[in-house]
Design a protein around this ligand. Structure first.
Ligand code: NDP
Ligand code: HSE
Length: 434
């Protein structure tokens, strides 16, 4: 056997869509570069898809394709199973089987890692097999590697991340090109950024999946997915984007993980950031994560957060790292790279924020006074008030920026104000971060 043959590592791919096609192309087009740098050669031996007859963006020998994952799992020449199908089922069952059979796993499936985290890590621990998941968060940005290794000597106090390329693309298009929400979403889908079900992007769920993966690494805490507060960008209007800009802010969908005196804050919601904040300058499909560590201070990770090649870049980096370990004798991993200690999660009601509030009210004397009085009674202090021109003749937008207030108090105040006879629609609420 030639030495080159010895270094070949068999790959089984599950999924040949946007990311899977990118991986095939990277392995093909950068074959020499990859083997020169790693001393191993990754060889795809089988690809499992849903529909074998589908026309594909990438050409692969028909004999590689199958619809039964069992064919990959029982093939002893396949050492690494790369799951790029997405969703919880059957990805979960396939990966459990792969791990139980001692296959190494690489996945971009943040939904699975967030919602079935313990099941997957227990299966990996039982099997003593490593999982690579760099591609699950922020496409091409090596943020997982950074949190796992580069920042291991730091206690992370918080991170703020723009972690969904689709939402950032939509918000950027709405704010710079005045694009319509639905048209911008369509373009993001065409470019391969959106999830198969784009509601997961828009309603904040995808960002919450990524928040769960990042928070586990950053804080060494098990993250019960249902404890993450999730709001998406569905209610963000072009008017709010414009008013925010006039006040000196950009609106971004943020995933926030923060240690506070009240526990670990885990929240995804549209957020107003001062225009001079570095995250305000992250546009289009780009993602960025701002991290503060106690030794390193502030860091900013920035790059393309979705799409074929940035994501394939992250997948292939995991494949190479694992293949090198296999080649070196199969160093086994036994658990999640970050051990978890019991940690209190702060309930959303207890979080403290500044708020942007847009009241859409009838233009009558005394309304502003009643709003201010109700906020005050609920311990919410006003920072500034701005009345804008009416856009619909029936109501007038009144914008109030508050000082820091408790979420519970704000909710109580708004439940009263939204019932005023002068209130024409529910108050728009956007949290403000520094
Ligand atoms: P696509 O929808 O483009 O591709 C999914 C692929 O999986 C298709 O080839 C499909 O087969 C195959 N597939 C689906 N269900 C099954 C099944 N039950 N058995 C076998 N094959 C199946 O998705 P993406 O490539 O965009 O995403 C893949 C994963 O990567 C997801 O977890 C996603 O969240 C994640 N991800 C995506 C990013 C992106 O920018 N697109 C970025 C980061 C992560 P067929 O082609 O026959 O329909
Ligand atoms: N749909 C995701 C996004 C893909 O738009 O960010 C990358 O995880």
């Amino acid at each position: 056997m030639s030495p080159l043959r010895l270094n070949k590592i068999g790959i089984g791919l599950i999924g040949l869509g946007t990311v899977g096609s990118g991986v095939v192309n990277v392995l093909r087009e950068n074959k020499k570069l990859l083997s020169d740098r790693s001393g191993v050669e990754l060889e795809i031996r089988r690809i499992c898809v849903k529909d074998i007859s589908k026309l594909r963006a990438v050409k692969v020998p028909r004999s590689f394709l199958c619809t039964d994952p069992e064919l990959l799992l029982k093939d002893p020449s396949i050492s690494i199973v790369v799951e790029l199908a997405g969703g919880i089922h059957p990805a979960k069952e396939i990966l459990q089987k792969a791990l139980a059979r001692g296959k190494y796993v690489v996945t971009a499936n943040k939904a699975l890692l967030a919602q079935e985290s313990e099941v997957i890590w227990e299966a990996a621990t039982r099997a003593g097999v490593e999982i690579g998941f760099e591609a699950s968060v922020c496409g091409g940005i090596p943020i997982i590697q950074a949190l796992k290794e580069g920042l291991v000597s730091n206690k992370i106090s918080h991170f703020l991340g723009i972690v969904n390329g689709t939402c950032n693309y939509i918000l950027s298009s709405m704010s710079s090109a005045g694009a319509d929400f639905h048209a911008a979403l369509k373009t993001a889908q065409k470019k391969g950024y959106a999830e198969k079900n784009p509601t997961l992007d828009i309603d904040g769920t995808d960002s919450a999946h990524k928040l769960a993966v990042l928070a586990r690494l950053a804080f060494g805490a098990k993250i019960p997915f249902e404890k993450i507060h999730i709001e998406g960008i569905q209610k963000i209007s072009a008017a709010d984007i414009e008013y925010a800009r006039e006040l000196g802010y950009a609106i971004k969908l943020l995933a926030i993980g923060k240690r506070s005196a009240r526990g670990l804050e885990l929240r995804v919601h549209p957020t107003m950031l001062p225009l001079d904040h570095p995250l305000s300058h992250v546009h289009g499909v780009y993602n960025a994560v701002f991290v503060r560590g106690d030794r390193v201070d502030d860091l900013l990770f920035y790059g393309r957060g979705a799409g074929m090649y940035p994501t394939a870049s992250a997948v292939v980096s995991d494949m190479i790292a694992i293949a090198k370990k296999i080649h070196a004798g199969g160093a086994k991993a036994s658990a999640h790279p970050m051990p978890a200690v019991p940690t209190k999660i702060c309930p959303m009601d207890e979080t403290v924020c500044k708020y942007y509030l847009r009241f859409q009210v009838a233009d009558k004397p005394g309304v502003l006074g009643r709003i201010a009085q109700t906020l005050g009674k609920n311990r919410i202090s006003i920072l500034s008030v701005h009345q804008k021109e009416s856009r619909d003749a029936k109501s007038v937008p009144v914008i109030i920026l508050t000082y820091e207030a408790k979420e519970k108090d704000l909710r109580k105040a708004l439940s009263q104000i939204d019932h005023f006879p002068e209130s024409c629609e529910n108050t728009a609420v956007i949290r403000v971060e520094k």
